[in-house]
Design a protein around this ligand. Structure first.
Ligand SMILES: *Cc1c(COP(=O)(O)O)cnc(C)c1O
Length: 223
């Protein structure tokens, strides 16, 4: 068994343990966050069956998309997006953009999609840990902003919400931030929200316990 198979099996087993306990009818999607590795590592991970990969910089995404263009990889963008990089992101046809952090950003993306005659699937990022260094809308504004994006951004296919768990060693704090996001996600399901993207290497089991159905896991796979 390759190193990647071992790691992958270990993570899947951990996820399944929690999922079977809390969420038996939930399919959980894993995004392998490949920001710290090159194309050959991605290719190795592809060979054991992983199809969805996440990047947080447009430049890296672009070069990996180009290098690996023969493989039917589903690319996710998970990082901060500067306005001057929006066109570049659209041109890369990401499968899902996780990190739309404001109504203004959604409208900027929508404007450029309109010009290009394209659409993009997007998640609204929620700053459920109330941390200054994190991007995203505050929980109390999330539903209103989500509805405004739905009604004003015709070229955006809004698919749900994304959060980064609280930056803390205190599990209770992290759990609290995940629960806030999941609660908003539940309220948005009538508006078509399908994905609740939360959980990384350090907290994915907790995220599954709190109802995540999309995990973004990097260092655990690739270190
Ligand atoms: C890097 C990153 C991840 C993955 O983090 P790991 O700790 O390496 O699993 C997930 N989400 C975002 C937004 C990231 O930037």
């Amino acid at each position: 068994m390759s190193l990647y198979e071992c790691k992958f099996d270990e993570v899947l087993t951990n996820i399944e343990k929690v999922r079977l306990r809390v969420n038996q009818h939930q399919i959980i999607k894993i995004i392998a966050v490949s920001k710290s590795v090159g194309s050959s590592e991605i290719s190795n991970m592809y060979d054991i069956g992983q199809r969805a990969f996440g990047e947080n910089r447009i430049q890296d995404l672009k070069s990996k998309v180009e290098t690996l263009n023969k493989l039917p990889i589903e690319w996710h963008f998970i990082g901060r997006l500067q306005t001057n990089k929006i066109n570049a992101l659209i041109d890369l046809n990401p499968s899902l953009m996780h990190s739309c952090s404001s109504l203004k950003m959604a409208q900027e993306i929508d404007k450029r999609l309109e010009v290009k005659g394209k659409t993009m699937s997007v998640l609204l990022q929620i700053n459920s840990a109330y941390e200054d260094q994190k991007a995203g809308v505050l929980p109390e504004d999330a539903i209103k902003v989500y509805d405004e994006i739905l009604s004003t951004c015709k070229n955006i296919k809004l698919k749900g919400v994304m959060s980064i768990g609280a930056h803390s060693d205190d599990k209770a704090l992290i759990r609290k931030s995940f629960k806030i996001t999941h609660n908003i996600f539940t309220q948005l399901q009538t508006q078509g929200a399908k994905y609740c993207s939360m959980g990384m290497s350090s907290d994915y089991e907790l995220a599954v316990e709190c109802g995540s159905n999309m995990l973004r896991i990097g260092s655990t796979f690739f270190k």
